[in-house]
Design a protein around this ligand. Sequence first.
Ligand code: SF4
Ligand code: SF4
Length: 260
Amino acid sequence: MQLLDCDVEEPNAHILLKPSLEHKQTVFIPVPKVDEERCTYCGKCAEVCAYHAIAVVGKKVLVFAELCHGCGACSYLCPEDAISEEGREVGVVESGRAGGLEFVHGRLNIGEVAAPRVIGEVKKHINRERLAIIDVPPGTSCPVVMAVKDSDFCLLVTEPTSFGLSDLTLAVDMVRRLGIPCGVVINRDGVGDRGVEEYCLKEAIPILLRIPLDIKIAQLYSRGITLVEGMPGWRESFVRLFDNVKQIANTVGRQQGESE
Ligand code: SF4
Ligand code: SF4
């Protein structure tokens, strides 16, 4: 089994799993380098850049490397072939083992914006022959979509508050657009209201696990101890959760295969 932490801006799975990280690979993005001899200052590169990472000011082309996502559009569309690319380090991917688990995580350098690139490098480690669990950042932004897409199932962890419900609604919309089946884990069960439950019922989304608001659980987490390690009575609930996820993913996969 593999565990890939794709929350590259704030990876934390290693704190709980304590893997031995044996391999480290630097992640680069290709940023433009302009040959002023060839450039006619036509401005096409600036027009095409969705991230405002390149600008033409009079007889000068300015590249804002920290804003560049390395998409390559400017060099591809430059009519004078005046743009080459040079690698710029944006993060690292580290891998190793945590017991029987193959562990991989990415770290985006502070201040960088190219999270999807680092996530893409982490996901290259996925072995289709094995079961891969991907830890995804919160929200529904570009890095989240990059981390989630092509998954067989998405487990959405929320809490029973109006904030939790709002985020959950957006996340469900995202996974449905991506065609990925989902289920919910309610964390800090007991706080807030019944909004999340009612929403799940209305949308036919299974609630697969409830973790109560419990000071002992928070203390374990703050000491870097997993719930199952610190309170072994939870083991059975997590095994059942895992079995349910596999069953739903297999059923949906079969249905999709039949309809193709
Ligand atoms: S598109 Fe090419 S030629 Fe035009 S301004 Fe940019 S670098 Fe110069
Ligand atoms: S590579 Fe893409 S993001 Fe970077 S400057 Fe060129 S067009 Fe903009």
